[in-house]
Design a protein around this ligand. Structure first.
Ligand SMILES: NC(=O)C1=CN([C@@H]2O[C@H](COP(=O)(O)OP(=O)(O)OC[C@H]3O[C@@H](n4cnc5c(N)ncnc54)[C@H](OP(=O)(O)O)[C@@H]3O)[C@@H](O)[C@H]2O)C=CC1
Ligand SMILES: N[C@@H](CC=O)C(=O)O
Length: 813
């Protein structure tokens, strides 16, 4: 035989009760079916009691809703008219009793524990009566007659000797289907109605399964089983197929509300397995809980992560505690005497403090009673005042396979460190099945996500992207992500979740991910007013794990956010060159911050767009080479212009064309003035190991300074004046068989940029379109420098370079 328990949601509606009928009637062996009250009814009974006890006549409305709910369910689940009328009568009789009790509570304005217990018992009495008339051949039993309790420490404790005896008598012989109300019981001494506490229906089922030696206990609920973590917080959480009793106990004691914790003890002792199944998805395999510890190859070492939101840490501290016997005894005795439950304890081996976790609501009382207990020691200066730190959260990782497996704690705390989360207290029992730690509540979501990502081979890894700038580069990047995303997910298990998008005026932020099919309209219509500071604040506030800020703007104000973002463990990928070419101090500070926080600051596209220049230089240096000299054409815009001007296309027209083609900076004067090449050379020199500032670069510019003064419109208007002069120079050069190239050079840290006329023997002569070229001379590449050449500007190649930086953070293959 087996015992099946159906919770409130499983018997909460007409459809769910019909599913229960189908599930039970398909079983061939004898079954005991335990039911909870209709979903939400226990809460409503309690709320109505409180109203009535306060003399609030509105209780009558609540009561009429309770009545209507039950009558509606009967109407929907019982087809046979005669049976239906009979059940309606019986149910109405119970509801009349209930109504009279409420009236009494209302009239005398008093709600004793006994009356409250009686009122809530109606929930299961009503539901079991209804369900017993839905399932074919079901026989209804009354749990008050065989689940007996005695009072201990103001709680109703099961009187197991009597209960087991009565259960055996009651269910002999065992009917094919026995229908049993969960939760309710009665007192051994007085016979009065009692109950097993909230969630007690699971316990009823466990007690019955144990007393009758069932082969399985099935808990039917509204989820597919124990999940690796709370799926409302972690989208990649999945159902755990097997757990040991210990693991299940650890997980549900620690916040996973799949089963009521005491349920596990009785069946554990008789080694009766529990299956967690979903009434709404009955074919799902669910979670199987048994004594056996199975170590499955390729599966995560830990089984689940759970958490307690409501945590306060209390610390008792003082040098006077060191070596003194009995301090902890006094702490915990005092707490117990005052009914304060402690769920985590941590004591340093120095013995100078004991820290423990309680619920926030118990904190003030705990501090007060402990200060009283240690009043003398405090007065003598041997101990400090007791301190409470509220609004914290406790997280636990659970798994029996952690036993004797080195590196678990290291991995856990390393993961938290990389996410920028500080651990306030931690504890691990010698059983090694649970490592618990306390953090600030605001980091809970991030901690759970980071740990889940690190420990579980989820179907996919997530990178959360904030993309600033949706123009030429940013827009192209978003389109590449949109197109590539399904393949990355399928082949590499990488989900790129774009959680933020912004332009200069608006920001769109969504933790769950922005739909990339129509982000521009969304940004326009639903984006919030934004500026760089606001954007930064919002990102920090969202506090998302594995997040990357992608800067596709040209804004110095946006670049100024990197430090704060990185200090909040957000990696940065920049197409924007402002930060890497800013003061050397700022550049090194950002790089050090990234190293120190174990995050990334990547800016490959700052030089040569998608060409692998910076990465190659880093690889050379990291393998022990030294960069001695760089010679390069680094402006796609200028190279394009010099390759495009002709008798038909004047200089000013070629600038327009470079802008149109997406090569030029948002402000093309940055290209024309040589500034863009200067900052690129500075970045390369720094990456090569030379502490260079922009002011150190010698420059031989080719457009007089006056053209860069005034507004951008002035520039476009005035630059036409240079067309004739340029055409003259071009013709001369053509006659000499030479071409203009704007060349950047660095030799042992000395940098210069300038216009050069190169002949056909020069390696830069044949450099088509907007291409860039760089010759890198090193100790190893000396006689024949390393050459990297290709598209050096343009939306798609730059976006692809930014994309590559992002992918490198995910570290996928
Ligand atoms: N084009 C290329 O070949 C290469 C470009 N780069 C770099 O890429 C960056 C982007 O260039 P590109 O795409 O051509 O420029 P665009 O002008 O096309 O786009 C810039 C984007 O940045 C947004 N923006 C500006 N200021 C802010 C701000 N304060 N906060 C948020 N968003 C802002 C703009 O918004 P709005 O529309 O509201 O102004 C726009 O969406 C530049 O730094 C450039 O140097 C690097 C390598 C190659
Ligand atoms: N404006 C730049 C774009 C790449 O950095 C260029 O023309 O090279």
């Amino acid at each position: 035989m087996k015992v099946l328990k159906f919770g409130g949601t499983s018997v909460g509606s007409v459809n769910s009760i019909l599913s229960v009928k189908k599930i039970v009637e398909a079983i061939e062996e004898p079954v005991i079916v335990v039911v909870s009250a209709l979903g939400g009814i226990t809460d409503k009974l309690l709320a109505t009691s409180t109203m009535a006890s306060k003399g609030d006549l509105a209780y009558e409305k609540e009561l009429s809703e309770i009545i209507a709910r039950h009558l509606d369910v009967i109407e929907g689940v019982i087809e046979d008219k005669e049976v239906r009328i009979d059940v309606q009568k019986k149910v109405m009789a119970l509801l009349d009793e209930l109504s009279n009790i409420f009236k009494g509570v209302y009239l005398i304005n008093d709600l004793s524990a006994k009356t409250s217990d009686t009122i809530v018992s109606y929930g299961e009495r009503l539901s079991s009566l209804i369900v017993s008339n839905v399932i074919k051949d079901a026989k209804l039993f009354d749990s008050r007659k065989y689940i007996k309790t005695v009072k201990q420490f103001n709680k109703h404790i099961v009187d197991f000797d009597l209960t087991n005896k009565l259960i055996k008598e009651t269910f002999s012989p065992l009917p094919k289907v026995s229908l049993v109300p969960g939760f309710i019981s009665s007192s051994t001494e007085t016979g009065e109605v009692t109950n097993l506490g909230r969630g007690g229906s699971d316990y009823t089922a466990s007690i019955l399964a144990t007393a009758l030696d069932a082969n399985t206990l099935e808990i039917w609920t509204d989820v597919d089983g124990f999940m690796t973590a709370d799926p409302r917080v972690i989208s990649s959480a999945y159902v755990i197929d097997r757990l040991t009793f210990t693991e299940a106990m650890e997980l549900c004691n620690f916040g996973a509300k799949v089963i009521y914790p005491p349920t596990i003890y009785p069946v554990y002792h008789k080694n009766i397995p529990i299956r967690i199944l979903n009434t709404f998805n009955p074919t799902a395999p669910g979670t199987y809980i048994s004594k056996e510890r199975v170590k499955e190859e390729g599966k995560a070492i830990i089984k689940g992560i759970s958490s307690i939101n409501d945590t306060c840490l209390i610390t008792v501290q003082g040098l006077g505690m060191v070596g003194v016997i009995g301090v902890n005894y006094r702490i915990f005795k005092t707490l117990a005497k005052n009914g304060i439950s402690v769920f985590m304890v941590s004591q340093a081996s120095s013995e100078n403090n004991t820290t423990f976790a309680v619920r926030n609501a118990d904190a003030d009382l705990a501090v007060q009673v402990l200060n009283d207990e240690f009043a003398l020691e405090r007065a003598q200066g041997d101990m400090n005042d007791t301190v409470a730190e509220k609004d914290l959260a406790t997280v636990a990782i659970v798994g029996e396979n952690m036993k004797r497996t080195p590196g678990i704690a290291g991995k856990l705390f390393g993961t938290l460190g990389r996410a920028g989360i500080s651990v306030i207290a931690c504890a691990q029992g010698a059983s090694e099945t649970n490592i618990s730690f306390v953090i600030k509540h605001k980091y809970l979501r991030k901690a759970l996500n980071s740990i889940h990502d690190s420990f579980f081979l989820s179907e996919y890894k997530v990178l959360n992207l904030f993309i600033a700038g949706v123009g030429t580069v940013g827009g192209n990047l978003l389109e590449q992500i949109r197109i590539q995303q399904p393949k990355l997910m399928r082949q590499n298990g990488l989900k790129l979740n774009v959680v933020g998008i912004s332009n200069s005026k608006k920001a769109l932020l969504c933790r769950e991910g922005i739909n990339l099919d129509n982000y521009l309209e969304e940004l326009k219509e639903n984006g919030e007013e934004s500026n760089p500071e606001h954007l930064c604040e919002e990102i920090v506030k969202m506090n998302i794990f594995n997040s990357v800020f992608v800067d596709c703007t040209a804004s110095p104000d946006v670049a100024a956010l990197y430090e704060t973002l990185m200090n909040n463990n957000v990696s940065v990928v920049a197409a924007n060159k402002e930060a890497a070419s800013s003061s050397y101090d700022n550049y090194t500070k950002l790089k050090e911050t990234a190293r120190h926080r174990d995050i990334k600051f990547l800016f490959e596209t700052n030089v040569g767009a998608g060409l692998p220049i910076i990465n190659t230089m880093n690889d050379l240096i990291n393998s022990g080479d030294h960069i001695l000299k760089l010679e390069a054409v680094l402006s796609g815009t200028l190279n394009y212009i010099f390759n495009t001007i002709s008798a038909d296309i004047p200089f000013s027209e070629a600038i327009h064309m470079a802008k149109e083609a997406g090569y030029a900076e948002p402000d093309p004067r940055i290209d024309l003035s040589g500034k863009d090449v200067i900052r690129k050379l500075v970045i390369l020199a720094r990456e090569a190991g030379y502490p260079v500032e922009q002011a150190d670069v010698k420059r031989n510019l080719f457009i007089p300074e006056k053209y860069f003064e005034g507004s951008l419109e002035d520039f476009w208007k005035n630059i036409k004046d240079t067309d004739a002069g340029f055409e003259e120079k071009r013709q001369l050069l053509e006659a000499e068989g030479k071409r203009f190239r704007f060349v950047a050079k660095m030799e042992n840290g000395a940098c210069e940029v300038g216009l050069q006329a190169v002949d056909s023997h020069h390696p830069f002569y044949e450099l088509e379109g907007s291409n860039n070229i760089i010759m890198i001379s090193t100790e190893r590449y000396h006689e024949y420098p390393m050459i990297i050449k290709g598209y050096g500007a343009g939306a798609d190649v730059t976006a692809a370079g930014v994309f590559a930086d992002i992918i490198s953070i995910a570290n996928i293959r």
